[in-house]
Design a protein around this ligand. Structure first.
Ligand code: SF4
Length: 938
């Protein structure tokens, strides 16, 4: 094999890739004919010729670059490796990237569209045609649109894998029908950021930080696992210190200088104590805070009789947080006082090079979890490290979503099933409550699409989802668009096979570091055919079986909904290059690359390529910083033309046009600022106050539903952490990746040795874990890697199927019996664990793992946070040795109790239906799919 050192490649951001970063890589000029020796032919030297085609990994949200090696002899993909020209991943991948090849070759994969024959969930399927599928859905959706039932069409997505495409489709249809998985994932974390700065994710510049604080284990898992992990290690190698708050000794915590095993939910208390130390010891960034925090608004509203000066604001802050002493935080969290003080000082001294990140973890587990990200951002504000080199930017500053051609107007409809009146501030749709809303008669679904989404298995109270999906009055027509069988697909009317990551187009951009880039996911076998001069009209012509890509599905469906253009839909799916003709998917991306990506046409021209050819060749592009700067964007000055017809509020400096904030005047200059009502960082949130939560107008500490006072160990109670991820598995899509299951195939309950002794169990013993609505039986794993009083169970495992050879992949699923034994009572028991099976892949006969995990989420009721809408995952449970008759994998659930718990949490909300302005939601708050402003009013 010829090993060629990676060429020096200077990324536009100035990040230089060297052989230190990657030992070797095929140079692009040889990607058309790359030669490697056949390992199986050793010791003979037999050449294999490959075409290398870049694409994007779809196995988590990080969107790392992959290179598909297509064997020229067979025309099949041989393997996937990292793409060194991808700005985020720089040639590296985690285990899940190369495992894409398992997904391509999975003998269990669905290759043809399937239609149910019996009742929903009976497991009787027959192959159907795409034509039949498209006609069925087109007529159903067209009827809903024509009859004004625009809230009855819902597209419910788990992993989108694209930026903006579906929002455009739904807007073209004029429906308010985007639903997501976000409130089982990140609604709370997002809300804490949004309420500060109008943008809802953090983007740390780890590589240049002096101190890094993580509240989660994302160094080892998602958001954005591999790209951020490599930069955290770079930062550490340059001297940065790393602290990780996590009650579990995750791989991330094991790499840290400080492992901070806080009691879950107490993180806010610790962060506010750190903030107080930074204030008292004058380690804060005086000028940054004076200029960019909305302290004038706060003092004016809450302390009108006080001196309206910044210095007085600091005094008020110190007073406000007086109770957050190190000893208070230590009592709440279980950390040592000295450690809290030490880390606070190091954060203060890191100043503008303090990088911080939280995702899932504490924010996703606790009632009021959004105060964790809000308090964490307070530390970034105090240090003036927002959007600085080595600091933490709002995500939108490091992400680039190019505009497509012909944008539809937003729909005029508001869907109460998605954003009901009880949750006016919810950050993303109230997705987990759909079964309860339909049960209560709040609406029905005429056409329901689940896409890479498996709520029966992923969401809390999955059996309520089964009850919903099997009710044909509540859900009239359901298609599961999926690359792999799932527990949810089992209850659909149609199962529609969609391409895995290397079988479809998409455009990705993620805030992996201080830069902006786009990545082009492309169907590699289609590109391979086209490189060989074979014309391909639709991607399914190149994919295995009749596996489609979603983009083309939506184009075809939209044409059939509006065949003559009379509904005004079809025009959005006509070619921008061939008027009146149906859009070809290549044209959609071609137009974007030619018109919407700054610097791309010029970079392509340098290589005598069109922008599309450039993206087909490299698979990604980093936007030059002179065209898309990434630091301190709030400091961008407004131009005189931006100030036309504006007014300035003299007290706060907020600049408005027609009552809409557009900028802020500070020290005599006019700046763009942040997309908040004040255009500043909102320490004080008038929004929270006006929308019913005055006690939370400033960052404060909310006692979690699993606060330590709520857990009585003497009664056998523990706090269960069900949120953590295994770095080698994909939420609900690993079942088709045999290598990943070979690595990780059990989710035992982590128990500290002192607790194990008290309960009387050892590693491997069965335990019964009882929640508010049921119980599950799993094995114990006794470990010092969890703090006492807490137990933990990974949410990745416990897949199941109901038929011997159909349903969820046999690499991953146990055969179970799931029975509704009484009104609302469900029982699951394992009939057979994972076993070897015969298939085209000889490895399927070599499976050695047996149990495959336990499905704990079935036993969780919904806990929607009354403000953010986030499902608060942590559970108060009892843990005891298994009862006589208990067996591994047993699950018992009472959905009536689940409904009662839903009602208890619903009662915590404060609906704002009588507002004089008629608003359903603050106009300034983002929505993933945003209807017209008129729809925000009742
Ligand atoms: S970090 Fe995510 S995107 Fe990157 S290789 Fe792993 S699974 Fe794929």
């Amino acid at each position: 094999m010829t090993e060629i050192p990676l060429q020096q490649h200077l990324a536009p951001s100035g990040e230089q890739m060297t052989v230190r970063d990657l030992a070797s890589c095929p140079p692009p000029e040889r990607w058309h004919d790359w030669i490697e020796y056949d390992a199986k032919a050793w010791p003979r030297k037999v050449e294999k010729h490959y075409t290398i085609i870049p694409t994007i990994c779809f196995n988590c949200e990080a969107a790392c670059g992959l290179m598909a090696y297509v064997d020229k002899e067979t025309g099949r993909v041989k393997k996937f490796e990292g793409n060194p020209y991808h700005p985020g991943s720089r040639g590296r991948n985690c285990a899940k990237g190369p495992a894409t090849i398992n997904q391509v070759n999975d003998p269990e994969r669905i290759l043809y569209p399937m239609k149910r024959m019996g009742k929903r969930g009976e497991g009787k399927w027959e192959r159907t045609t795409w034509d039949e599928v498209l006609e069925t859905f087109a007529s159903k959706i067209r009827a809903a649109i024509v009859e004004g039932r625009r809230d009855e069409v819902i597209y419910h997505v788990g992993r989108p894998g694209h930026d903006g495409y579906m929002e455009r489709v739904l807007a073209a249809w004029g429906v308010d029908g985007h639903n997501s998985h976000t409130n089982v994932c990140s609604s709370s974390a997002r809300f804490g950021y949004q309420i500060w700065c109008g943008m809802d994710r953090p983007s740390p510049d780890h590589a240049n930080a002096r101190f890094i604080l993580l509240i989660s284990s994302h160094l080892e898992t998602g958001h954005y696992f591999n790209p951020q992990a490599q930069r955290i290690i770079e930062g550490k190698m340059k001297g940065a210190k790393l602290a990780v708050m996590d009650p579990r000794l995750s791989n991330t915590a094991s790499m840290a200088d400080y492992w901070l095993p806080t009691w879950p939910g107490s993180e806010t208390a610790v962060l506010l104590a750190m903030a107080r130390i930074i204030l008292i010891e004058k380690l804060y960034n005086y000028e940054y805070m004076r200029r960019w925090v909305n302290w004038q608004e706060y003092l004016g509203a809450e302390h009108p009789g006080d001196p309206q000066t910044f210095d007085h604001f600091i005094e008020v802050l110190i007073d406000l947080y007086a109770e957050y002493t190190p000893s208070f935080a230590a009592r709440e969290s279980g950390l040592a006082e000295e450690v809290i003080v030490d880390i606070a000082r190091q954060i203060g001294h890191a100043g503008t090079a303090f990088a911080a990140h939280t995702w899932r973890a504490a924010t996703a587990g606790n009632l009021g979890g959004w105060q964790v990200s809000r308090a964490l951002w307070l530390l970034s504000v105090l240090t003036g490290s927002i959007g600085t080199p080595g600091g933490t930017a709002p995500n939108a500053w490091n992400k680039f979503v190019p505009a497509p051609f012909l944008k539809p107007s937003p729909s005029e409809v508001w869907n109460e099933l998605l954003f009901p009146s009880e949750y006016p501030l919810a950050n993303y749709e109230m997705s987990i409550l759909l079964p309860y809303f339909l049960k209560e008669g709040r609406g029905k679904l005429a056409a329901y699409f689940t896409r890479v989404y498996n709520p029966v298995w992923t969401n809390p109270d999955g059996t309520s989802w089964i009850e919903m999906l099997t009710n044909e009055e509540q859900v009239e027509l359901h298609a599961a668009l999926t690359p792999v069988w799932s527990e949810t697909a089992w209850y659909a009317d149609y199962v529609l096979p969609m391409g895995v990551g290397s079988e479809r187009h998409d455009l990705m951009s993620q805030e992996t570091h201080a830069a902006r880039w786009i990545g082009f996911r492309q169907p590699v076998l289609r590109v391979y055919k086209e490189r060989n001069g074979e014309p391909v009209e639709f991607t399914y012509e190149a994919n295995p079986g009749e596996v489609w890509e979603e983009d083309e599905f939506w184009i075809e469906l939209s044409w059939r909904i509006d065949p003559d253009g009379s509904l005004g839909i079809r025009k959005y799916f006509e070619s921008p290059y061939r008027p009146g003709q149906k859009l070809a998917i290549e044209e959609y991306y071609r137009w974007i690359f030619e018109n919407s990506v700054p610097g791309l046409p010029e970079a392509a021209a340098l290589e005598q390529l069109s922008p599309l050819e450039y993206m087909r060749k490299y698979g990604s592009f980093e936007i030059p910083q002179e065209k898309a700067p990434v630091f301190n964007l709030n400091e961008r000055e407004l131009k005189p033309s931006d100030l036309k017809d504006t007014q300035v509020d003299m007290a706060s400096g907020t600049i408005t046009r027609n009552s809409t904030p557009v900028g802020v005047a500070i020290d005599g200059k006019d700046y763009e600022g942040f997309p908040t009502p004040s255009r500043k960082l909102e320490f004080y949130s008038a929004t929270l106050k006006e929308w019913g939560w005055p006690e939370y107008a400033v960052p404060s500490y909310i006692h979690s539903h699993v606060h330590r006072d709520a857990i009585n160990h003497d009664m056998g109670e523990y706090l269960l952490i069900p949120t953590f991820r295994l770095p080698t598995l994909i939420h609900t899509r690993s079942g088709n990746a045999k290598w990943l299951y070979e690595i990780s195939n059990a989710n035992p309950v982590w128990i500290h040795p002192t607790d194990a002794e008290r309960i009387g169990v050892q590693t491997g013993d069965l335990v019964r874990v009882t929640t508010e609505i049921g119980y599950f039986v799993n094995r114990a794993w006794v470990t010092d890697g969890i703090r006492p009083g807490i137990v933990a169970c990974s949410h990745h495992l416990g897949r199941w199927r109901l038929e011997t050879s159909q349903g969820t992949d046999r690499w991953a699923s146990a055969l179970v019996e799931l029975a509704k034994v009484n009104d609302g009572i469900w029982r699951m028991r394992h009939l057979q664990g994972i076993h070897p099976f015969e298939s085209d892949d000889p490895d399927s006969a070599r499976i050695f793992w047996r149990e495959g995990g336990v499905h704990q989420n079935l036993t969780f009721p919904v806990h929607p946070d009354p403000i953010s809408g986030m499902h608060c995952w942590h559970q108060k449970v009892t843990v005891e040795p298994a009862h006589p008759g208990d067996a591994y994998g047993n699950v018992y659930v009472d959905t009536k109790k689940a409904h009662m718990v839903y009602q208890e949490w619903l009662a915590m909300t404060r609906p704002q239906t009588q507002r004089p302005d008629g608003l359903r939601r603050p106009l300034w708050m983002i929505r993933p799919y945003r209807p017209a402003a008129s729809a925000f009013r009742r």
